[in-house]
Design a protein around this ligand. Structure first.
Ligand code: NDP
Length: 246
């Protein structure tokens, strides 16, 4: 295996909990230089002070393109380059379509889908200039199969997979050396379920999460995806708890 993480400049959105925080910790351990964004600045400050060096943070709401652009600019001004962007920020409200939860639909699409687009749009030009880079988008099992209540969440995650594959093909045509990876986790023990407002659907979802695995397992797969030779791209990873059925 290549030793391809030390000194890499890695930007992570949604780095205040769950998969984003665990990835920040493991990538830091492997020697990466980190640029971390999320909305809860106090939590970002805690993550930063735990890691001590090689970390800069910025309050970032991924629904605001100018804030995502500014996070990427922070990587460039602080470290002079951006090697990896992990578009991780996400939320998973659940409701039946006929319940007409327009606000939740918009928020889910804005964070999970448009937030990823803003990240790609902001980071790819600098990566093209360097003729090197890696976009890692966190999708989901919900990007491979649908469940009642998960229509909009699933639509965003199918969308993330579609746009990541399109990006892969486009950059391959252009010969930019930009790698892409879609990471599709199953049930992971994070704060994701906390934001489900429909109690019945939350309870149903909780049963799928009985065997949930730790976010550190996803962090490990992200390390694997980055830690290959630049000539090689791991384009898609699906990671479930061994006992998960759907
Ligand atoms: P968490 O709820 O623990 O973490 C979500 C992160 O996203 C937080 O750091 C949160 O930070 C951030 N976030 C939410 N909204 C915004 C926003 N508008 N702008 C910036 N950051 C935002 O959940 P996970 O770690 O589980 O989720 C990470 C990703 O993994 C998501 O994309 C999720 O869909 C995906 N995933 C998770 C699975 C699971 O079972 N846990 C399964 C499959 C996929 P803050 O609130 O500080 O802004």
């Amino acid at each position: 295996m290549a030793q391809n993480i030390k000194d890499k400049v890695i930007v992570i959105t949604g780095a205040t909990s769950g998969i984003g925080e665990a990835s920040a910790q493991l990538l830091h351990e492997k020697g990466a230089k980190l640029v971390l964004g999320a909305r809860r600045i106090e939590k970002l400050e805690t993550v930063q002070s735990d890691l001590k060096d090689r970390v800069v943070i910025q309050k970032t709401d991924v629904t605001k393109p100018e804030e995502v652009e500014s996070l990427i600019q922070l990587a460039l001004s602080e470290y002079g380059r951006i090697d990896v962007l992990i578009n991780n920020a996400g939320l998973m409200p659940q409701s039946f379509l006929g319940d007409n939860q327009i606000e939740e639909w918009n928020q889910t699409i804005d964070v999970n889908l448009k937030g990823v687009l803003y990240g790609i749009g902001a980071a790819v030009p600098a990566m093209r200039e360097n003729k090197s880079g890696h976009i890692i988008n966190i999708a989901s099992i919900a990007g491979h199969q649908v469940n009642p209540g998960g229509a909009v969440y699933c639509a965003t995650k199918y969308g993330v997979r579609a746009l990541t594959e399109a990006l892969r093909q486009e950059e391959a045509i252009l010969g930019t050396n930009i790698r892409t990876t879609i990471v599709s986790p199953g049930a992971i023990d994070t704060e994701l379920l906390d934001h489900i407002t429909n109690d019945e659907l939350k309870e149903g979802m909780a049963s799928v999460y009985e065997d949930a695995i730790k976010p550190e397992e996803i962090a490990q797969t992200i390390v694997t995806a980055i830690d290959t030779d630049e000539s090689t791209a791991i384009n898609e990873l699906v990671i479930r708890p061994t006992r998960q059925i759907p």
